[in-house]
Design a protein. Structure first.
Length: 89
C-alpha cells in the first residue's frame, strides 16, 4: 500500500487464530458491518454481510451461504506478534 491508500479491514478471531479481510462483500462491494465493528452472524460462527446476509467462513473467507456462494472475501495478510496482530508488509 502506498501512503495515500487505505483499506478498511475486519479482524476475526476464533481462539488463538486471527484472520483479516477487506471490509467489502465480493458480491456487491458493500461494507460487511451491520453495526460498527459487528461483522459476525448472531451465532458468532461466520462473517456475515449486512446487505444481503451472505455468510463467509472465518478461516478462509469463502462464502458458504447467500448469493455469492463460492466467492471469497479478499484476505489481508497478518501475523500475531505477542498480543498484537500486525499487517504483513
Amino acid at each position: 500500500m502506498d501512503g495515500d491508500t487505505h483499506r478498511a479491514c475486519v479482524l476475526v478471531r476464533r481462539g488463538e487464530q486471527v484472520w483479516a479481510y477487506e471490509n467489502r462483500c465480493p458480491h456487491t462491494g458493500a461494507s460487511l458491518d451491520w453495526r460498527p465493528g459487528q461483522v459476525l452472524n448472531p451465532e458468532g460462527t461466520h462473517i456475515q454481510c449486512a446487505l444481503h446476509l451472505a455468510q463467509f467462513r472465518m478461516e478462509d473467507g469463502l462464502c458458504v451461504h447467500g448469493p455469492c456462494v463460492g466467492q471469497a472475501l479478499a484476505a489481508v495478510a497478518v501475523h500475531r506478534q505477542g498480543d498484537w496482530v500486525v499487517m504483513d508488509a
